[in-house]
Design a protein around this ligand. Structure first.
Ligand code: MTE
Ligand code: MO
Length: 208
């Protein structure tokens, strides 16, 4: 009899999502798939078209091709992802290159004078970040997800991941970085999303 009551009450409460294996930020739910979230069309960038550029200021640039990327030291990243639309994907696996390696190869080492940067994607998407949030193993330029090349809709051939911030900060089809002395909004930040976006503080929108 008890069993029937339990079945009934489950019916009344509707669809139940699986419980996450550990704590996730407030307001998030545990997503076992990998949703696609793109504003506008999927960019079609081939490996040979892909090029990543850091604007060094005063007219200087440093760029990397796909072959350059492949020749750089690779890191396996095991991390959780938190999207502002409330899904959290746990234990995802990525492979790519620590952004610090790009800064070193660009001769920037500890020479970055500005405190902020703007990431730009092929297609024009932008998002702003503090420089401190992409240094010291916090941000990666990645080309594999779950042991496979990143699919086009998820930002392949090459995207960025900044897993400790909401996922809109992780630019798909990543194209370039430019440094900024003052913080300035990227695409979603200009449209109501928080300038920083810490999921553990629920910094979703302006004023959070
Ligand atoms: N270039 C680009 N990067 C982007 C986006 C986008 O629309 N264009 N959407 C962002 C948002 S809001 C999220 S939640 C994640 C989604 O990545 P996914 O589609 O691989 O889940 O990418 C981020 N990076
Ligand atoms: Mo998002």
């Amino acid at each position: 009899m008890e069993g029937n009551i339990a079945v009934l009450s489950r019916g009344f409460s509707g669809f139940r999502r699986p419980q996450p294996p550990r704590e996730i930020p407030d307001g998030q739910y545990y997503e076992t798939g990998f949703p696609v979230l793109t504003y506008g069309p999927t960019e079609r960038v081939s490996q040979s078209d892909w090029k990543f550029t850091i604007d060094l200021g005063e007219g200087g640039f440093k760029s990397w091709t796909w072959d350059d990327l492949m020749a750089m030291p690779q890191t396996d990243i095991h991390t959780d992802i938190h999207c502002v639309t409330k899904w959290s994907m746990l234990d995802s696996d990525w492979k790519g290159v620590d952004l610090d390696v790009f800064f070193e190869q660009a001769g920037l080492g500890d020479k970055i004078a500005e405190d902020y940067l703007m990431i730009r994607s092929f297609g024009g998407y932008t998002t702003n970040l503090p420089v401190a949030d992409v240094r010291g193993g916090k941000a990666y330029i990645v080309h594999e997800f779950g042991g496979e090349p990143i699919t086009q809709e998820h930002g392949g051939p090459v995207r960025m991941i900044v897993p400790h911030l909401y996922f809109w900060k992780s630019a798909k089809w990543v194209e370039s970085i430019r440094f900024m002395a003052e913080d300035a909004p990227g695409f979603w930040e200009a449209n109501g999303y928080h300038m920083y976006g810490d999921p553990w503080k629920e910094q979703r929108y302006w004023g959070d």
